[in-house]
Design a protein around this ligand. Structure first.
Ligand code: RAM
Length: 915
């Protein structure tokens, strides 16, 4: 057999490898892991992953050999001067710890070969990663800025500044440059050019953090753009979350500032370093007159400074930059992706509303900016305002945008055709009001630039049901529109905060569509940085809003998401890193609020459940609402069980006992206090109360069916087959209904087009997901049309229950896959795929001639437990053959109405028929 044809090995690094834009995780980890227990060898070294690809079935890895070298040539020659793993017997091909030393700035070239059940693979193609600066000692540059305001800056109320422009010229020696690396952080936001060249397509960088704790820096390979003797660096600074958008209520860190270090290594080994310091020049008199993320950007093209970021520009009118106080936070290489222009939208239509005022419809509620082309007289001002919906008279509906001014302004230079897009702001909108545009604007003059975190799309999902497909699309737009280096609640109004509760289970659903591993790992760091000394974890992180209300359902996301990253990505690092802080928080809650086994403190209830009146945001009806202590006690129980598991993973038997014992007590106390034996329900018998108890395993076995029946009765009776939960209950609704045997009800909820439902939102024209089930009628005080919190476990259910692609509950990273689709009545087919860390999993099924046809692909080095639905018959074939004749398949037999099989990698075509 020709091994070359059999295998291709793909290599991925835990840290992204795009040029050297990002430094590997070690830059973060090494600074912070001191003193951490390391029973599993979790020491935050870089992790190496690769994928095996083979057409053959049942391919497993049995060993590997990794070589790491300091140059491509050495690696090619097999000279592993940085690390040679030697032949290792192991099936691990994901997150293998690098065993060598990590040196600041070093580049690591590596390759791997695997031993498999089919034999040995050839060496993979080489890949590389680059280490960051790793410790703050490597930073020689000064924080540089301009701690002063200028005429036009708004320092009170809706705070906005003109952009600050910095420049520095430098000479290089006339000898060959081996490598030039630029490290930068510009707060709140920076745009950096070298010799007038943009360094990447990213925008709104760096990623937002609590700058007093941690500041992220970005790394760029600029070797190719330093070509001549005379060079220049230009940096423009926007406000971002540093000079925040509001004077009060939102955290302010100070005037914008930057740190930059450009390291040039010549071929002869000499090193030249250019650093931010007081030799730089600065001005606030550039074209960006004003910017912030809520209120928009104002640009005066007459004030452009041609050539300001290239050598030879006359900067005599500029000021000398100041050495300023550092922001306080540790500089860390940024591992999570930056934001970039990821997509664009062609406007659907422009209509004149009144003379000179036009309304442009993007056809989609999107997040980002509008790029414009315009021609006219110098000094003419074009104004763009943004909204999600229109009033009856066709004008912008701005009430739900609250205090955000959402206005961009462009003043023409008058020099021919001008193109413009703001850089230091973003909006959430479908409609744009255009005024002051010279002549009549047409759709060709505008384009919507969709900006969000540069993430791989990992999932595809389509079904025979148009409503499900539309909701999936709406969710996709909503999720990506709310990735902003942190998961925000909304993109349009004066909020845009990282609310923890919104993503507790949503993050799991999202992980099927986007590779959000590094983003959520970063967010857990944000949460930890926001933890108070006494142990309290906030409801918002980074804590630009200070919201410490002590409840279980919002901060609980800290623990739930760490578990998600472990399950979905086989990433144990967050658990190891945050374990101590999580435990501290649970102890804090226990010590302050646990009374007789009941967690008494709650803040939000089952947030935004469908209210009894269309104009209400929150229900006032005690019979519909779930008692806060029920929510917090069930969550506390669930979190204790997760911690029990984490403690086991980390080798802490005393903690396992502590959490397990506490959990047992809580379950008993909860049962004693809230369970009504006669009626078999908890508390006031809401779907949420019963569902949480059931899904968290708090219901004694003999009552499980009866409690579930109450959920079914309530849903079908009082709520007529509709959802009755808010943000909390919805986290388990779809999976709960399916798991306990009523996927048909879940399907009904998923396809409803009447209120309340996701389909109702679509029916009313939504192209994203609303904050409120009644977003069309409720008070605008809190009524975003692009919020993902009410998705709950819907996307999880799409992938796990409809497509049947689920990580085996006892394993991690889809090494073992559980495939068990619900072929519910009404649904004819599903086509789905998911790019797991082992490779691509595919599941496409359809009902056909009374039978069931199902095509499955499993990546090499993983395996699946496949459940074929027997309601379609008892004759099971694979590619036309009786399965008993297919040697690669292991039949397990009938399990609860399914025929269970075990398969390894490869592609399979199953059918289930009567004969
Ligand atoms: C509002 C939003 C947000 C939610 C908080 C509690 O600001 O709905 O998503 O988490 O309230």
């Amino acid at each position: 057999m020709n091994m070359k044809k059999q295998f291709f090995i793909y290599m991925l690094l835990v840290a992204a490898l795009t040029a050297c834009q990002q430094s590997p995780r070690v830059a973060v980890g090494e600074l912070r892991c001191e003193g951490l227990d390391d029973p599993m060898g979790i020491d935050f070294a870089p992790r190496l992953s690769w994928q095996l690809e083979s057409e053959a079935r049942n391919v497993f890895q049995t060993g590997y050999h990794i070589l790491v070298a300091s140059t491509a040539e050495k690696l090619q020659a097999g000279e592993a001067d940085l690390w040679d793993s030697g032949p290792v017997e192991s099936d691990k091909s994901v997150n293998v710890r690098f065993g060598g030393n990590v040196t600041p700035r070093a580049t690591y070239f590596w390759k791997v070969k695997a031993v498999t059940t089919l034999g040995e693979t050839p060496w993979s193609k080489p890949a590389k990663w680059t280490a960051g600066l790793i410790t703050s000692f490597e930073w020689k540059a000064q924080w540089t800025g301009l701690d002063a305001s200028y005429p036009g800056d708004v320092l009170e109320g809706k705070t906005r500044l003109a952009a600050r422009y910095f420049r520095k010229e430098f000479k290089v020696e006339p000898k060959r440059i081996e490598k030039a690396t630029l490290y930068i952080s510009g707060l709140g936001l920076y745009e950096c050019t070298v010799n007038g060249n943009r360094l990447s397509n990213q925008t709104l960088s760096p990623t937002p953090t609590d700058y007093s704790k941690v500041v992220k820096y970005n790394t760029f390979d600029v070797t190719g753009i330093i070509t001549g003797e005379h060079n220049a660096i230009g940096v423009a600074l926007g406000n971002g979350r540093f000079f925040s958008m509001r004077q009060t209520g939102v955290r302010h860190f100070g005037f914008p500032k930057m740190i930059l270090q450009l390291e040039i290594i010549y071929a002869d080994g000499a090193v030249q370093t250019i650093m931010s310091d007081t030799s730089w020049k600065v001005t606030a008199n550039g074209p960006i007159r004003s910017n912030n993320e809520f209120d928009g950007e104002e640009y005066d093209a007459r004030m452009e400074m041609p050539g300001w970021d290239t050598a030879g520009f006359d900067d005599s009118a500029w000021e000398q930059a100041q050495a300023v106080e550092p922001p306080g936070g540790t500089l860390e290489g940024q591992v999570n992706p930056n934001i970039a222009r990821m997509d664009f939208v062609r406007p659907a239509a422009i209509k004149e509303l009144s003379p000179g005022t036009f309304i442009m419809d993007m056809g989609q509620n999107m997040v980002g900016r509008v790029a414009m082309q315009v021609q006219g007289a110098a000094g003419q001002e074009v104004k763009l305002r943004f909204a999600e919906t229109l009033k009856d008279d066709g004008s912008l509906y701005l009430d739900n945008i609250r205090g955000a001014l959402v206005t961009d302004k462009y003043t023409l230079s008058g020099k021919g055709l001008e193109s413009w897009e703001p850089v230091f702001t973003y909006h959430g909108f479908r409609y744009v009001e255009i005024s002051g545009y010279p002549g009549t604007p047409t759709v060709e003059n505008f384009s919507g630039q969709v900006v969000y975190d540069q993430m791989e799309i990992t999932g595809s999902f389509e079904t025979s049901d148009a409503t499900i497909n539309q909701i999936y699309r709406n969710a996709y737009w909503g999720i990506r529109g709310n990735y902003r280096g942190m998961p925000t609640d909304c993109p349009q109004r004066d909020e845009r905060m990282g609310w923890l509760g919104d993503r507790a289970v949503g993050s799991l659903g999202e992980s099927f569509i986007f590779d959000n591993n590094n983003l959520y790992a970063k967010w857990l760091d944000d949460i930890e940085q926001a933890q108070r000394e006494d142990g309290a974890v906030p409801d918002v992180a980074p804590n630009y809003w200070s919201v410490y209300t002590d409840n279980m359902t919002w901060p609980g996301a800290y623990i739930i998401i760490a578990d998600m990253l472990y399950r979905q990505y086989d990433n144990i690092e967050p658990i190891a890193k945050h374990y101590a802080s999580m435990k501290k928080w649970l102890h804090y809650m226990r010590d302050n609020y646990l009374k007789d086994g009941i967690m008494t403190k709650d803040t939000y209830g089952d947030w935004c459940m469908p209210p009894e009146l269309p104009e209400l945001i929150h229900s006032k009806d005690p019979a519909r609402k779930t008692d806060g202590a029920v929510l917090s006690t069930t969550f506390y129980y669930r979190l204790l069980r997760l911690m029990e598991g984490f403690a086991g993973l980390l080798g802490k038997p005393d903690d396992v006992r502590e959490f397990a014992g506490e959990a047992d007590n809580i379950r008993q106390a909860f049962y004693d206090k809230y369970f009504n034996k006669e009626g078999a329900y908890f508390s006031n018998n809401t779907v949420t109360a019963n569902l949480l108890a059931l899904c968290y395993g708090m219901v004694p076995q003999e009552y499980v069916d009866k409690v579930f029946k109450n959920i079914v009765d309530k849903t079908l009776g009082e709520f007529n087959g509709h959802v009755s939960t808010g943000l909390v209950g919805i986290q388990w609704l779809m999976r709960g209904l399916s798991f306990y045997g009523r996927p048909d009800i879940a399907y009904r909820i998923a396809t409803n087009r009447t209120y309340p439902s996701w389909g109702y939102m679509a029916e009313k024209g939504a192209t994203t997901i609303w904050e409120l089930w009644n977003g069309d009628t409720a008070d605008p005080g809190m009524n975003s049309h692009n919020h993902v919190m009410l998705l709950g476990d819907l996307i999880v259910w799409y992938y796990e229950n409809l497509a049947g692609i689920r990580n085996d509950p006892s394993g991690t990273g889809f090494k073992r896959i559980e495939m068990k689709p619900n072929a519910v009545e009404g649904l004819e087919w599903v086509n789905a795929s998911y790019e797991s860390v082992y490779g691509r999993i595919e599941s496409s099924w359809k009902k056909e001639g009374g039978g069931f046809a199902w095509d499955i692909t499993i990546p090499a080095n993983s395996a699946a437990l496949v459940y074929l639905p027997m309601e379609f018959g008892t004759v099971i074939r694979e590619s036309g053959q009786e399965i008993s004749a297919v040697k690669e398949i292991r039949s397990i037999g009938e399990v609860y109405g399914h025929f269970a099989l075990e398969i390894g990698s490869g592609t399979y075509k199953f059918s289930v028929q009567d004969k």
